[in-house]
Design a protein around this ligand. Structure first.
Ligand code: CDP
Ligand code: CDP
Length: 226
């Protein structure tokens, strides 16, 4: 039997992590875990309950009474907060603007990392985020650090917005993405950083299929050598 491994995919906003991670997980029959969705979930709760995103203790208390579950139904990912489906609500611009402030706090990260590791206990997982290779799953057999230029990433988010019928401005998106990357890379606790043993993958001029194929060959090589 082929051993089920853990695959960690990290990188900045809109590098293509979740799109590619979902497809890779489906092809391998693995679980896909979007750790960003968990930080978004607690951020949404904080905004709804008027909890200051800079108040670490208040956020920690809020997290103690917030049940966050990632559930796959018919191959689609859903995020349940206290048993209510909030998959759409966690992606609003307001949550996006605030999430990196919430994600700075070590008490918040500690609780969410515990949850993330539980999902990965039996292997067979593709997990994406910012600190998966460096902290959450340091033993992951495959680690990818996915990057793309800010211009390309803003263009991708712009296209997404247009498809959804949202208003969108490329220059604003560039600023928002660059600001979030800066906070994520400069925070004290497990910042966004390439793990020493991660493979760097620049997706700027690559299609989704090309990136998926590259990762699948890395995984095949790894699993045949186990
Ligand atoms: O999909 P997108 O690139 O917009 O971001 P996301 O993966 O949903 O993550 C949202 C935010 O959560 C990031 O900008 C980080 O501030 C935080 N995050 C984190 O700190 N650590 C992770 N493992 C995942 C996300
Ligand atoms: O998860 P992350 O924030 O890293 O990015 P994403 O949400 O997976 O990807 C952002 C957008 O880029 C999506 O609309 C993807 O379809 C698109 N994309 C792309 O055009 N080419 C790639 N190689 C990867 C993603």
């Amino acid at each position: 039997m082929i051993k089920k491994i853990s695959i960690a995919i990290d990188g900045p906003a809109a590098a293509g992590k979740s799109t590619v991670a979902k497809i890779v997980a489906k092809e391998l029959g693995y679980l896909y875990i979007d750790t960003g969705a968990m930080y978004r979930a607690i951020t949404l709760e904080a905004l709804k309950n008027d909890v200051d995103v800079n108040d670490e203790n208040a956020l920690d208390q809020l997290l103690s009474k917030t049940d966050i579950k990632l559930i796959a139904i018919d191959g689609k990912q859903f995020v349940f907060i206290n048993d209510v489906d909030q998959s759409e609500e966690i992606r609003t611009p307001e949550v996006t603007r605030n999430v990196s402030y919430v994600a700075k706090h070590s008490l918040v990260r500690k609780k969410l990392v515990e949850l993330q590791r539980e999902y990965a206990l039996n292997g067979g997982v593709v997990m994406d985020g910012r600190d998966i290779g460096t902290h959450v799953l340091t033993d992951a057999e495959v680690k990818i650090f996915m990057i793309a230029s800010v211009e390309e990433r803003a263009e991708r988010r712009h296209q997404e917005n247009l498809q959804k019928g949202f208003e969108s401005n490329i220059e604003e998106l560039k600023k928002e993405i660059a600001k979030r990357d800066k906070i994520d890379s400069e925070r004290e606790v497990t910042p966004l950083k390439k793990a020493d043993d991660a493979i760097m993958l620049d997706t700027s001029s690559k299609s989704i299929d090309e990136v998926v194929n590259e990762i699948m060959s890395i995984v095949k090589e790894k699993t045949t050598n186990l």
